[in-house]
Design a protein around this ligand. Sequence first.
Ligand SMILES: NC(=O)c1ccc[n+]([C@@H]2O[C@H](COP(=O)([O-])OP(=O)(O)OC[C@H]3O[C@@H](n4cnc5c(N)ncnc54)[C@H](OP(=O)(O)O)[C@@H]3O)[C@@H](O)[C@H]2O)c1
Length: 325
Amino acid sequence: MPRVLMLRDQEPRSQVEELGVDQLPDRSVSVDIDYSDLNYKDALAVTGKGKIVRDYPFVPGIDFAGTVRESHSDRYAPGDKVILTGWGVGERHWGGFAETMNVDAEWLVPCPEALSPRDSMLLGTAGLTAMLSVIRLEQAGLAAGSKVLVTGATGGVGSWAVQMLAQLDYEVHAVTGKADQHAWLKELGASEIVDRSELDGDTRPLEKGLWDGAVDTVGGKVLASVLARMTYQGRVAAVGLAGGTDLPTTVMPFILRGVALLGVDSVMVPFEQRQAAWQRLAALPRDLFTRMHVEEVGLGQAATQAEAMLKGKTRGRVLINPHQD
Ligand SMILES: NC(=O)c1ccc[n+]([C@@H]2O[C@H](COP(=O)([O-])OP(=O)(O)OC[C@H]3O[C@@H](n4cnc5c(N)ncnc54)[C@H](OP(=O)(O)O)[C@@H]3O)[C@@H](O)[C@H]2O)c1
């Protein structure tokens, strides 16, 4: 009888429940889940503060890692270790805040040998997205040694991006609103810390060029400020919207400085690209995992952590252990 976190469009919004296996969706692969994790989108779904979930009752969780229990697909056999991120799971399809879930084989990737299910969820969508951003910047020609800004740096995507870029010998400048986390960001590899207040006000479309590249998880005025402060032909990976969905800028950074705005999407990224990104994630040195700040909670604590995340009070990663209360 798998336990799940069930969301309903009524009070209480979330509740841990036991389901019969016949109540799970009818999909080709059944996975016993070791770990899930909490991303910004999960926080919006669990609290109901974003229009992520439309059909109730609903099991959230955009990521999970675990072991195949039963498979009606040639791609996977019982005992295989697998990872799921994206594809609308935890948005349109029941997700990973569960002890067992049935999903389509096409949504899974094999878990690389070097990663345990826990490690892979320490990365999760956040780590995958950070790596996709790094790859996007590399493909756009950003050279090692360049100065790269990371916004929302203490968040899941931001803190992984800081570590990955520093490990690849970029000079990482980290933007944060958390005055008490500067030392941790330096431990992750940031060489300079920028206070968020320097970037979240109104900006002219072009300011003095300070950075050659950026990973932006915030959007809104912060992204406009970042674009205005790129050096000639700077490259900006636009990843998130923690500070807003608008973009109050003009075409000036693009047509006068040749700045490139590179979109990053982790949800629908094709299988080959995601597998390649997971292989790079699996090759990351161990000390990156030990430096990551992690809070591990059970299903019953997910809603509290989600509230904290939307208030900007979490840092690093929140792991969800579905076997814990
Ligand atoms: N494109 C994709 O495929 C993809 C994938 C994953 C995530 N995302 C998006 O990326 C963003 C970050 O996701 P996450 O899971 O890393 O979330 P997270 O862990 O909550 O991190 C977000 C960080 O942004 C900063 N922040 C929060 N509220 C802010 C505000 N109002 N103004 C400016 N900065 C603010 C905070 O960092 P500091 O306190 O350090 O400033 C916070 O830790 C979200 O918008 C998410 O939806 C997109």
